[in-house]
Design a protein around this ligand. Sequence first.
Ligand code: ADP
Ligand code: MG
Length: 620
Amino acid sequence: MPDIIQLLPDAIANQIAAGEVVQRPASALKELLENAVDAGATQVQVVVKEAGKQLIHVIDNGKGMSATDARMSFERHATSKIRKSSDLFAIRTFGFRGEALASIAAVAQVELKTRQADSELGTMIQIEGSEVKKQEPFAGNVGTSVSMKNLFFNVPARRNFLKSNPVEMRHIVDEFQRVALSYPEIGFSLFQQDLEVYNLTPGKLSHRVVQVFGKNYQGQLVPCEEYTPHINVKGYVGKPEHAKKTRGEQFFFVNNRYIRSSYLHYAVSSAFEGLLQSDQHPFYVLFLEIDPSHIDINVHPTKTEIKFDDERTVYAVIRSAVKQALGSHHIVPSIDFTFDVNFNEKWDQDPSKKEQLTREHSYKTFNTPEFKKADPSGWERLFEGTNSDKSNQIAQFKQSDDDTEILTFSSKVNPDHRANSFSRSLEEEATGTTFQVELSYVVAQMSTGMLILDQQVAHERILYERYLRQLKLAQGPSQQCLFPPVLNLGPSDFALVIDMMPELHSLGFMVAEFGKDTIVIQGVPADIQIKNEKELFEGLLEQFKNFKSELSLDKRENLARSLARKSALKKGQKLTAQEMENLVGQLFACQNPNFGLGSNKSFVKLDISNIHSFFGNQHV
Ligand code: ADP
Ligand code: MG
């Protein structure tokens, strides 16, 4: 029998390795950025086209390479960063595997230009699918420029697996942000097509955080520092009142390398204990300095995982550092956490927005509620003569054994006469005898007892079904904004909005692009009681991302939910009698009136027989 085992040709071996190193444009960007940082650059420019699918170009002013090194850099396992196995335990640079350039050149068309400070001429190399096409002298600036074109041009299957441009762009921005945060002393810029997305000037970490995330982070950063013999912690945590319901703004860097670790994340969140609601995540950018011999970063080629030889100590140090930071800045648990993203009190107090408040809104059903004291006689009337005329209809309320009732009604879009007439009867019954308890619950009288609605949960259900319908029919009435607000969203939110433009239009949002990462809101859904269109839209996005990270909903479902959550009545809002009646009527016109968006009940029914039994009376 002949021998059959052969070594793979380099081009194929590189392509296989590339599968691990370069999964998407963003992973190539990460490698190129890290090489620039490793080369000692002080200024790094990035240009991407088509979310990196067409081009990623990274230009640095680092130390450059000699002609021979430039050629070597594309060989697999070619690295200047480690020489012997013991170096593996003292890694201070980003790269060390010597795989990145070889992998990138295996699956893209790459052009490298590089020059060292002490040589007059540099080198230019073109390489495609691991094959060198050209190498010649090059006259240009000191430093290195790597342009990667048409990623996966020779692996169509991989190319087809890339996500839409907005999604890939979000990954690119994420990687860019991580590297930019870990090196605030280096200037970074990012261009998408010809638009400048970021231009980050060198400075302190706090300065960088504000440049990356926006001015409103200025007042919310609490410095966090702790030095121990084994490990140092430095960085910032966000004040609890700024915590968001979406994850994504939590950054750990170990020896300046971004890492993910749910264990360490837990160390931080446990330090916030009592300061945050369970679904909120604090902002943090924390740098751990630890002797490289105590960590192993060689667990995964993309190197965002890490092993510590003493995880518990690391946990304890982080937790105590964060606790101390919060303590020394007097952030004590007495802060009022009843504030919810959905509430508008803060905004209401802002006098500059007063004029918007006085604007007329086309929302008819839930116009600004006027204060109306609950009429004490309402209680008496509620218990007055339990007229049993409609008891046949009401009997459709089925009381199950475990005391939970499930009602099913057809909606008005999918009419069922029996159900609708029943809904109507309920609505009629409620007239005149509805009132609010604690400004949170609406009590409505029925002939066989009473209904208690959770106003927020019920309204969320009503709106959710309405928005879903609008999304299906692709038509939601819109009201024009008198002063169309302009919103600068930042690249990743901007990409998200562009991606769901058609759905936003169906809901009644008239939104248009307005320059770099910026949109203008020309109209909003007609039926929303708007106080501030900008706040509404930002809240919608926030809610959308929040649901997205928790539940895997499709886009429409998520949008309908998010807008319902954002625009529904809240607890604490006063309602007029008319509004309460509408609420009851509309809830029972829903397809599934029993629950809100989650498993919360939207109403409970207190049957007259229950009431009788409270007093030990027999129901006849
Ligand atoms: P690694 O970074 O793991 O060493 P790479 O494939 O990313 O492997 O790079 C191979 C080598 O090419 C590096 O070790 C470095 O010497 C050189 N190199 C790559 N990019 C640059 C750059 N931007 N400036 C200077 N040298 C570079
Ligand atoms: Mg590298």
